[in-house]
Design a protein around this ligand. Structure first.
Ligand code: FES
Length: 104
């Protein structure tokens, strides 16, 4: 069974920015941004050592963590520095102006 939650409004998502949105009842925020023209949603914490990913930056479609500089391809979730690490991509549903993601 999916756990679908409302994360933000579509208008809150700014291309080129890493905005983390708090989700009620969930420990970590969700980052919603664009990879090229694709809307993507990922966990707000790094799979390497739990550093907030919103403190990192975007380099094209790569999210670069501010912790140790590892890059994550937002198109696939793969880490460009350690193939064992994967940044989960949440399935997204846009309903009107609302962005919903499936956390489970
Ligand atoms: S905590 Fe993100 S790269 Fe180490």
């Amino acid at each position: 069974m999916a756990l679908r939650v409302r994360v933000c409004r579509l208008a809150d998502v700014v291309p080129g920015e890493l905005r983390a949105f708090a989700v009620s009842g969930v420990t970590w925020p969700v980052i919603v941004t664009y990879a090229e023209h694709e809307l993507v949603a990922v966990p707000g914490v790094c799979p390497h050592e739990d550093v907030p990913l919103a403190d990192g930056h975007l380099d094209g479609t790569e999210l670069v963590c501010g912790g140790h500089g590892y890059g994550f391809d937002l198109k696939t979730g793969t880490c460009t520095h350690d193939k064992a690490l994967v940044l989960r991509r949440y399935p997204i549903t846009v309903v009107g102006d609302e962005v919903w993601v499936d956390l489970l």
